[in-house]
Ligand binder design. Sequence first.
Ligand SMILES: Nc1ncnc2c1ncn2[C@@H]1O[C@H](COP(=O)(O)OP(=O)(O)O)[C@@H](O)[C@H]1O
Ligand SMILES: [Mg+2]
Length: 244
Amino acid sequence: MLKDMVNNLVMSLDPAEFAKVSLRFEADEIQSRALRSGSRKIILNCCRQFGKTSVASLLALHLAWFVPKSLIIIISYIKEQAQEAYRKIETFQSIMEDRPPDIEHSKQSMAFANRSRILILSGKEGSVRGYSPALIIVDEASRVPNETYFSLRPALAVSGGTLMLVSTPKGRRGFFYHEWKSGEEWERYEVTAWNVPGSQMSGSKQNVRKLARSGSDKSMSASLLKLQIICLIRSFSSYRSHRK
Ligand SMILES: Nc1ncnc2c1ncn2[C@@H]1O[C@H](COP(=O)(O)OP(=O)(O)O)[C@@H](O)[C@H]1O
Ligand SMILES: [Mg+2]
């Protein structure tokens, strides 16, 4: 029982651990850092197949699951692209054991028993008006129009929520390029086919995922262990203070 409580606390504090234990998804080093970031402004500027959408989906599910009443909005240039992240969330959810059923589930929105909600929106300007999001994910952001992006900012300014831009780069204009180059306060993650940790300058994009995983395994296990210890210490002190 105590072990379950500790495990649960560790997972609630650490999305990468949640992914690993509950969803059997081993995030690599860069993915883990992005998942644990805690920043309010995160950019993943990575090549195709790196796992950007997977990371965004994991973060969405973790927040929805552990922080009641969280509203998470996934938006992209077309609804079908946003639906890809949504489907990943559904797949991850189906792996979770002992989860209570959603109280509502459609093709574009799911509501949890803890009153969190995940919904997808098409990239039409102004479509997030009236919402108070805890997290907005903009998938394939380099293809999303500037107007859509600027329409998201007021809702986030009010809610104080997190903004995650996820994309492969596309040219030298548009908000994604500008935020990446010179936007303030962003936590930036970049992975190209050339700078994947441990890669030997292989240009093959199909190999990216394989290289990313093999290259980061050693350093990841060291940093993961460190973080797990920190989380365990935090969990125990939190458990003890609850008992007092
Ligand atoms: N850490 C990981 N371990 C194993 N497979 C992964 C990992 N990250 C991503 N993948 C797989 O790589 C593929 C591409 O992931 P996806 O999130 O769609 O990438 P992107 O959005 O960057 O194109 C998917 O099949 C996904 O399940
Ligand atoms: Mg993707």
